[in-house]
Design a protein around this ligand. Structure first.
Ligand code: UDP
Length: 329
């Protein structure tokens, strides 16, 4: 039996494929390679290049493979872009998922684990955020993920397709041996941008606002290591296989770090000066997002290994320093 990974050539998907194969799962991958990298896909995975919105293509993969469940990472994920072009997000994320569910229903595949996001919560007043915190997305990206969750809920009721939605906080780092890592174009995330400054590829970090209501005035986020995050997906997959009900879990580290703290930690890890300057706030950034992930620990038995943010940055640094041009070389 095979696990089908949608978006297996992307940053998070490629780490999932790698960990699944290292744990002896049979893996098939679908990716349209619009943002992913073929080189990032483990050579032991069977790769099908195509788009999840192409129903005939998705059907052909389900017909060829004996699929026991799906792990779904195939989505657009840039918040700013989603505000400029919401229809791109409703098309790729929502319509794409709808096609996947139609084909799952047709082929009687009954479990799906998928990437949701802390952006479904919007700007909650209280932290840490639990799964009971009301959802109130502030951008089309978060809205599209919440719509995906809701679609899954009704498909569970009607067709018995069980799902686990994993609401990620800030995913960071790379595989410990630095063979795969994060490579986005354009890059918008804090840690890779800081490390590009450390490598001399950018002049300085722009700190987006230092007048937030936080200890040092910069935004606070909860950073979770990519390999810990994937562990939770595999546990969630097994949880569904064991016949458990659909569920939603936050995935974070339960601790918050400000932009300035992250910069300081990166300076220590890299030994580089990393110039930075305070810039205006970025539209739509909530001041603080910190997860309570106790539910995933309790119900799934998830045990994140990376509790020190410097260790997370170190794995990202090993990747970026080894592959300064990412997969392009
Ligand atoms: N950030 C920053 N400068 C940058 C990129 C990000 O100050 O060049 C800040 C951003 O405002 C946010 C935090 O770093 O408070 C994390 O941003 P990222 O885009 O990595 O993730 P997000 O929290 O938006 O999902």
């Amino acid at each position: 039996m095979t696990v089908l990974v949608l978006g297996g050539a992307g940053y998070i998907g490629s780490h999932a494929v790698d960990q699944l194969i290292n744990q002896e799962y049979q893996v098939a991958v679908i990716d349209n390679l619009l943002t992913g990298h073929q080189e990032a896909i483990h050579s032991k995975a069977r790769f099908y290049q195509g788009d999840i919105r192409d129903k005939e293509f998705v059907r052909s993969v389900f017909a060829q493979e004996s699929i026991e469940g799906v792990i779904h990472f195939a989505a657009s994920s840039i918040v700013g872009e989603s505000v400029e072009d919401p229809l791109k997000y409703f098309n790729n994320n929502v319509s794409g998922t709808e096609i996947v569910l139609e084909v799952m229903h047709e082929f009687e595949v009954k479990s799906i684990v998928f990437s949701s996001t802390a952006a479904t919560y919007g700007e909650p007043e209280d932290n840490p955020i639990t799964e009971m915190t009301p959802t109130n997305p502030k951008n089309p990206y978060g809205e599209s993920k919440l719509m995906m969750e809701k679609m899954m809920r009704w498909c569970d009721e009607a067709y018995g397709i069980k799902f686990v939605a994993l609401r990620y906080f800030n995913v960071a780092g790379a595989k410990t041996d630095a063979s795969i890592g994060e490579d986005h174009h354009p890059e918008t995330h804090l840690i890779p941008i800081i490390l590009e400054v450390a490598l001399g590829q950018r002049d300085q970090l722009a700190i987006f606002g230092d007048d937030y209501n936080t200890e040092d005035g910069t935004c606070v986020r909860d950073y979770v290591h990519i390999e810990d995050l994937i562990d939770a997906h595999i546990l969630a997959f097994e949880y569904l296989k064991a016949g458990n009900p659909s569920n939603i879990f936050n995935l974070g580290s339960n601790s918050g770090y400000s932009v300035k703290q992250m910069l300081e930690a990166a300076r220590e890890v890299t030994g580089k000066e990393i110039p930075a300057e305070v810039a205006p706030r970025r539209a739509g950034d909530p001041s603080t997002l910190v997860a309570a992930s106790d539910k995933a620990q309790k119900v799934l038995g998830w045990q994140p290994q990376y509790t020190d943010v410097k260790k997370i940055i170190e794995t990202a640094w090993n990747w970026h320093a080894n592959r300064p041009n990412g997969y392009q070389e």
